[in-house]
Design a binder for this molecule. Structure first.
Ligand SMILES: [Zn+2]
Length: 292
């Protein structure tokens, strides 16, 4: 069934957004990047010093909200610019481009129908909606062309996936990061069913980071997303600002109630990813509070 309602709203919104926005020049972008880097690195340093486990436990009630169970989820991109997505009832499941980079064993990308079938396998009761977003690196990787062209293709692709399984579709035009660069200093590699970033990111409680919902995908695609997260951070993010002293950190979020997603296993997967990179990238992690 075609979701005409959401498409109509979308078109109206886009028409209204044709006002002129002056583009930032290179110097303005560099200054903004410098500023955002200086603002963000203190928190990661503090958490690393204290240790992720101790830090998360110290958050008390806030940590509980971080892992609070949501009945339904929006399938979205792992982009850190979507950290404010989610609400009281709906959580988020993140992967590169909402899954458009998932491949078959032959290495070919999944078609719309195959991706819809993949999500049927996760269980539709867990899915509330699908989304795509502006300036998506995964879209560019899969479809090529200009950013705008690939964004449009990813939007159409994921809209078809949503329609195939009769779910709503959303397009995020606004991101919580500058459109010119990425601000993620970590990548969350999530083994828990729920991880509500919105509760803590942007409030100086958790660093900006990619949302890789490993729990809902297999090891191969989880690791591919983690690798892509590092590449984006090093090439389209804070780039050379990362160093041995201030590394990009892949953070394993382990589930104490499921041995398949233990801290040891999750960190082991990330270590395999990290060894391809220099010491600008590091693995860390913690185990979520038990729900039993
Ligand atoms: Zn994206």
């Amino acid at each position: 069934m075609k979701n005409e309602k959401s498409e109509n709203i979308l078109n109206k919104k886009e028409e209204n957004m044709s006002y002129y926005v002056p583009k930032k020049n290179e110097f303005q972008i560099d200054a903004q990047k410098e500023n955002m880097w200086n603002n963000s690195k203190g928190l990661v340093e503090k958490i690393t010093r204290e240790g992720w486990q101790k830090y998360i436990c110290g958050l008390g009630e806030l940590a509980k909200r971080l892992f609070e169970e949501k009945k339904k989820n929006e399938i979205l991109c792992m982009d850190e610019g979507l950290s404010s997505v989610g609400d009281e009832v709906t959580g988020c499941v993140g992967s590169a481009g909402s899954g458009i980079l998932l491949t078959k064993s032959t290495g070919e990308y999944l078609t719309e129908e195959e991706l819809a079938n993949y999500y049927l396998g996760i269980g539709l009761d867990k899915i509330d909606s699908f989304s795509a977003h502006a300036n998506c690196g995964a879209a560019k990787k899969r479809f090529g062309g200009t950013q705008e062209e690939s964004d449009q293709k990813a939007k159409k692709f994921l809209q078809t996936v949503a329609e195939t399984v009769n779910k709503t579709f959303r397009y995020h035009k606004e991101l919580t990061r500058p459109e010119e660069f990425h601000i993620a200093v970590v990548g969350y590699y999530i083994g828990t069913e729920d991880f509500n970033l919105k509760e803590l990111v942007g409030k100086n409680k958790l660093p900006e980071g990619f949302r890789i919902s490993r729990r809902y995908f297999d090891k191969l695609s989880g690791k591919a997303d983690a690798k892509l997260a590092v590449e984006i951070a090093l090439n389209h993010g804070f780039c050379n600002k990362f160093s041995k002293e201030n590394p990009f950190v892949l953070v394993a979020v382990a589930d104490p109630d499921n041995a398949e997603f233990s801290l040891e296993k999750m960190k082991e997967e990330l270590e395999e990813v990290v060894k391809k990179f220099s010491d600008k990238v590091r693995v860390d992690g913690f185990t979520a509070p038990s729900k039993k």
